[in-house]
Design a protein around this ligand. Sequence first.
Ligand SMILES: Cc1ncc(COP(=O)(O)O)c(C=O)c1O
Length: 378
Amino acid sequence: MNFETLAIHAGQEPDPVTGAVVPPIYQTSTYKQDGVGGTRGGYEYSRTRNPTRTALEDCLAALENGSRAFAFASGMAAEDCLLRTLCQPGDHVLIPADAYGGTYRLFARVLTRWGITCDAVPQTDIEAVRAALRGRQTRLVWAETPTNPLLSIVDLRALAGEAHEAGALLVTDNTFASPYLQRPLDLGADAVVHSTTKYLGGHSDVVGGAVILRDATHAGDLAFTQNATGAVAGPFDSWLTLRGLKTLAVRMDRHCANAARIAEMLAAHPAVREVCYPGLPGHPGHKLAAAQMRGFGGMVSFRLAAGAGKAVDVCGRTRLFTLGESLGGVESLIEHPARMTHASAAGSPLEVPADLVRLSVGIEDADDLLEDLRQALA
Ligand SMILES: Cc1ncc(COP(=O)(O)O)c(C=O)c1O
């Protein structure tokens, strides 16, 4: 079945007892056993498994073309659980030089205390990746594409080749693209992570995360760590995310179309020094994105010619774009990464430019969005 059909049906058979078309919210912590150890369908306690979460996990696995998915309470919980499953003290991890600030913080301030070391390299430069892997016992290469907030595009097939050659696994954070636009597992990645808070949930009303594995090799270990550490997605959060997934394809098409129009307007605007959007022909990753993705996404970043003060000023002047963190919802958001989402990277090699503004372009009417940005830039 194709993507749009899977998004609506995978893991979501009508309820066999009542015929309910939508999977129920199984708001229960425990399950009656038919005699000691006699579980029905393996459900014994909702930290371990819950039917609403199972429906979401099955749908996510189908959409990413993976063997198995695991849903978590947040994107960071998903990352943490995957890393603690795959890595052990002494392991080395390669991360992107412009990784999401929270991912960098997890490595730099939490996992280093448990003996995991990491280096940041620009993954758009495959030679630099190769050099960083040479002579190291690297366990994981962690990739993001498009990156947050600079929207660089990384060649996932090439990166998978380098990682595997070095005996490492490739993990890809697919939050910005969503599986509708890009399927890293098909390009050689071993695991995908998501902040489902973003496009997958799609309505800015739930925080969640997911890991999807290509094959079964690490599934048992990941299920064990998920249950042992316990940061699982709750039933209602799972249900909201599952409802969001049903419209992912149509939402993404509109996000892409609106973002393209905004990127073009900004590229021609005298107040704007540079626009980061992979859909623009002048973007260094444009050709690669066209080959690797089905569309260029709904995120647009731009730098102001007049510098950091103007960037902060523009963020405070929009009326329709809401000033706020996060992304991927139906409503448009604007933010100043250096002082908001990426403040934790200040002073590190991953610090982002202070004159940068990031837009999460929603699915409102494009003319209304353009009008709002024009008045904010004036
Ligand atoms: C690319 C990316 N990965 C991971 C995360 C973390 O996800 P969460 O906020 O759901 O914990 C975010 C959050 O902004 C993100 O943008």
